[in-house]
Design a binder for this molecule. Sequence first.
Ligand code: B4P
Length: 196
Amino acid sequence: MRLILLGPPGAGKGTQAKILTEKYGIPQLSTGDMLRAAVKAGTEVGLRAKSVMDSGGLVSDEIVNAIVADRVGEPDCSKGFILDGYPRTVPQAKALTEILAEKDLALDAVVELKVDEAALIKRIETRVAETIAAGGTVRADDNPESFKKRLVEYREKTAPLSSYYAGIGELKMVDGMADMSAVTAQIEDVLKETAS
Ligand code: B4P
């Protein structure tokens, strides 16, 4: 199974990818997690990505495409994977098609989680409050200013992916406003439908 989870920041892509990874035994490929790991490790990619990420911007297509091309070639991806947060621009979607074609692979489903902006803002505020209460470190891009920019970036650069994938007949919409298990059930319905 090769699945893309699309949606605005805070839509629950990471949340759902983690649940599906455990259920299906295939890896979650989160470009956000990979970039955060690079920042933490202080690699060259991390140094280039840090300020862009902290401000709520999108890291360059060139960097992200290279990370994904390497990652999907790893042995644990042989039975499939869940792409969480990639692609995020139409050029990334086109690059992904080439990356997969080189390996003779194709996508099974592209699922978009629909969540309204007020709910997205509330979710991030809740995550910040819970992280602080637990004594954890709040994500550098979970402040109001960066989150506002993440939403603008989403509208301008990522939202066009819906029509891109709808245009090639691959897009399935899911109500991301529902509770987490109901969202998972909807995604699993899509997966059953595409497998039949
Ligand atoms: P990501 O790490 O991908 O983060 P995200 O889109 O903001 O969050 P996600 O949708 O995964 O929400 P989550 O499950 O956490 O990106 C961070 C940054 O990395 C980007 O801004 C960019 O700079 C960079 N980046 C990553 N990929 C890139 C790419 N391809 N190109 C360029 N740059 C890239 O959920 C959020 C909260 O909601 C959680 O607290 C969760 O508990 C809650 N929640 C989830 N589902 C819920 C539900 N159904 N009901 C109630 N709450 C829910």
